[in-house]
Design a protein around this ligand. Structure first.
Ligand code: 5GP
Length: 192
């Protein structure tokens, strides 16, 4: 997605530890017009698949999934929660996820009443690095018996192994921008 790549080139910032900072437009301050185009692109790729539910993980995936949902006939967005609170009641699907950015492992949960075997689920998230967040979400979908249509990622870091791991498991994974190399000299994207 050329518009996204241009924006990453312009405003993205490469940090130590293989972290790409895009907080001026994607996951802190959010450019709503760009998010709308991202949602449109996810629909172009997955629109024919009968998706009726979008699943993501808090916090950065939520804005992306909500904007995308407008293009998927206002399909409900469910986000996996990282903390248990009194608001999270009833039976839960739980799985473990190791955070790439924080380095810690934590439980994530989704209330069972929001995912059913009749659902056709598209998982969306902001980044793909080692694939732990997606593997956790896929595990939750499989516990629920719902059908996984695929995973849509805004920025895949192609030099880390998450993408290869998921594709080797037969998951339909679509990334709108794949970064093959990033350092102080700049960012190199994979050709579409
Ligand atoms: P994974 O689970 O694939 O190892 O990492 C994906 C998760 O870590 C995403 O949900 C995202 O929030 C975070 N993440 C991974 N790499 C980056 C990065 O380079 N920049 C930012 N901002 N977040 C990242």
């Amino acid at each position: 997605m050329e518009l996204l790549k241009e924006r990453i080139r312009r405003d993205g910032c490469v940090k130590e530890g293989n972290v790409l900072k895009v907080d001026s437009f994607l996951n802190h301050q959010m450019d709503v017009a760009l998010l709308d185009e991202i949602g449109k692109e996810f629909f172009r790729r997955f629109g024919g698949e009968g998706v009726n539910k979008l699943l993501t993980i808090e916090a950065s995936g939520i804005g992306i999934a909500v904007m995308a949902a407008r293009h998927f006939d206002n399909a409900p967005v469910v986000f996996a929660k990282k903390t248990k609170s009194k608001n999270l009641d009833g039976e839960l699907y739980t799985t473990k996820v190791k955070s790439f950015t924080k380095g810690v492992e934590y439980d994530v949960q989704v209330a069972k009443r929001f995912l059913a075997p009749t659902d056709r689920v598209l998982i969306l998230d902001d980044f793909l690095a080692k694939g732990q967040a997606l593997l956790g979400l896929i595990d939750i979908v499989s516990q629920s018996g719902a059908q996984l249509v695929g995973c849509g990622i805004v920025i895949e870091k192609g030099f880390q192994d998450g993408g290869a791991l998921l594709r080797s498991k037969g998951v339909r994974l679509e990334s709108l921008a794949i970064v093959d190399k990033m350092d102080c000299n700049g960012i190199v994207f994979r050709e579409a």
